[in-house]
Design a protein around this ligand. Structure first.
Ligand SMILES: Cc1cc2nc3c(=O)[nH]c(=O)nc-3n(C[C@H](O)[C@H](O)[C@H](O)COP(=O)(O)OP(=O)(O)OC[C@H]3O[C@@H](n4cnc5c(N)ncnc54)[C@H](O)[C@@H]3O)c2cc1C
Length: 286
């Protein structure tokens, strides 16, 4: 049983790990996919680097720092979190873990495809969360836009609810084992009237559907949070000043909580979340 499991190895997750580990607890950080930090060519506004530092270097340094103090850092994709009997069960693409507390520090990457019509039909047949909206598509024909494990995981959830599922990889190759019907044509646009009802491909053929789920990249913090019943607002996880969510033992920090999307805020919130999670575990252990 892990004491504190952290999803994300960006500034928020690493900072949380450092503070939790200093409470002499058993801490694991799991990360997978790109961090926002890696996209930053040069950081000039963070304390202590007189000539700036590249985002890639700062990211790598953080991960090495965490490993050096004895944190288990695993490169695995978190697919799902469940809460059973006060214990969190975290499923990744490789294994599953049990933890007394969880800190969601997985950044704010709700990837939106650059496809004509997607924005117009958000909330009108286009959803970003199978667990939240799957119920509305009972016995309907749906498409999932995505090309990785996240898309297949959403399909696994929806398969017992909907009538049919087509995964639309939009010109990419599905990078995971997949037993679903896949259409890998490039998508030109999505259309409809009041709600979305058609996906039109580049060769002008089309697929009629009742709804579309977007599942690009990896599942994000908000997806995990929503599936656990965490209160969110505009895709930000709601936390108090101790970085506690409304679920006991579950914390969030960094870009997942919205506000100032900068490293300094992620580091600060990570520290608070790490201390709060450690206090929670120690109190329950005693
Ligand atoms: C182009 C660009 C330039 C920027 N420039 C600056 C700047 O100059 N100064 C500044 O202060 N800020 C800058 N930022 C913002 C800064 O990068 C972010 O605010 C910061 O990285 C947020 O930290 P975080 O830890 O919350 O999330 P992130 O750094 O995004 O880290 C998220 C972590 O979660 C992991 N993860 C996500 N999903 C999963 C999953 N399903 N399973 C396992 N792991 C997962 C990722 O691998 C990553 O380790 C910039 C951002 C961008 C995009």
């Amino acid at each position: 049983m892990i004491d504190v499991l952290i999803i994300g190895a960006g500034p928020a997750g690493i900072s949380a790990g450092i503070y939790a580990k200093r409470s002499n607890l058993n801490v694991t950080i799991i990360y997978y996919g790109e961090s926002n930090l890696e996209k930053a060519p040069k950081i000039d506004n963070y304390y202590g680097f007189e000539d700036g530092i590249s985002g890639v270097d700062l990211y790598k340094n953080g991960i090495e720092q965490a490993k050096k103090i004895g944190i288990d850092v695993l490169n695995e994709e978190v697919l799902h979190i469940e809460l059973n009997d006060n214990c969190f069960e975290i499923t990744t693409n490789i294994s599953s873990y049990k933890s007394k507390s969880v800190i969601i520090a997985s950044g704010n990457k709700k990837l939106k495809p650059d496809i004509d019509g997607i924005k117009d039909f958000e909330g009108k047949g286009i959803s970003y969360c199978a667990i939240c909206d799957g119920f509305f598509y009972k016995n309907k024909n749906i498409a999932i836009i995505g090309d990785g494990r996240f898309a297949i995981n959403e399909a696994d959830y929806l398969k017992n609810i909907v009538n049919s599922i087509t995964i639309l990889s939009n010109g990419k190759t599905i990078n995971s084992d997949c037993n679903y019907n896949v259409n890998n044509k490039k998508i030109k646009k999505v259309t409809g009237e009041n709600t979305v009802n058609k996906v039109v491909f580049d060769d002008d053929t089309f697929l009629s559907i009742d709804g579309i789920f977007i599942a690009l990249g990896e599942a994000g913090g908000v997806d995990f949070a929503k599936s656990l019943g965490v209160i969110t607002n505009n895709d930000n996880i709601i936390v108090n000043d101790k970085m506690e969510t409304n679920i006991k033992g579950l914390y969030s920090c960094g870009n997942t909580t919205g506000g100032l999307l900068q490293i300094c805020k992620a580091v600060y919130e990570g520290a608070v979340a790490g201390i709060s999670a450690a206090n929670f575990v120690k109190k329950n252990n005693s």
